[in-house]
Structures are given as C-alpha cells and as structure tokens.
Ligand binder design. Structure first.
Ligand code: H2B
Length: 97
C-alpha cells in the first residue's frame, strides 16, 4: 500500500465532503442521537474493519464518535483508508436519519 499523492488525496476528499486530512489521517466526527446509536455504529464498523484487516483509530464520548483513518504500515493515508471511510459513511448514513 503506497501513500496517496496530494492530487489523489484531494480527489478522494471531494467524494468524502465531511472528512478532512489532519496530521496524515482521514478525520471525521459523528454525532448520533444517543449512546446506543453511537455504539451500534461502532459495532457495525468494527465488523467491516475486521473483514478488511484495516482498523480505525477512534474514540467515543456518549453520542459522539471521532474517527481517524491511516495505514499504520505506510505511515499515512492510502487507498485502504479511503475505502474504509466510504464504507463508514454508508453505515452512518443508515443511522443518521
Ligand atoms: N489497520 C490500520 N489502520 N493500519 C494498518 O497498517 C493495519 C491495520 N495493519 N490493521 C493490519 C491491522 C495488520 O497489522 C494486520 C496484520 O493485518
């Protein structure tokens, strides 16, 4: 897995408008209705992450989940992070109604 070029990263971010590149990671904060929604989201994402063998750096405070995605082996953002971010968006889209 190689790091995305600046051009590829910019292109990826146009498809992920709520995400930003911060300190070499794809970053987004989600706010859910309550803790159960937030934790349901994390459970669904955990199963996807495990199937991809690619895991988020994240934290949860009640209804908020902060997500940072980077490829540790590569030391920054790769296509794997963009794919995981897109899958996370799909999960969140079902919950954030
Ligand atoms: N997750 C992330 N975000 N980056 C990695 O480099 C990584 C991972 N490596 N999950 C995986 C696990 C690797 O250690 C295993 C052996 O697949």
């Amino acid at each position: 897995m190689s790091l995305l070029s600046d051009t590829d990263l910019k292109a990826a971010l146009t498809g992920l408008p709520e995400w930003a590149a911060v300190d070499g990671k794809l970053h987004r904060e989600y706010r859910f209705a309550d803790f159960v929604q937030a934790f349901s989201f994390m459970t669904a994402v955990a199963l996807i992450a495990e199937s991809m063998e690619h895991h988020p750096d994240w934290s949860n405070v009640w209804n908020r989940v902060t997500v940072d995605l980077s490829t540790h082996d590569a030391g920054g953002i790769t296509a794997k992070d963009v794919i995981l971010a897109s899958k996370i968006e799909a999960v969140a889209g079902k919950l954030l109604l």
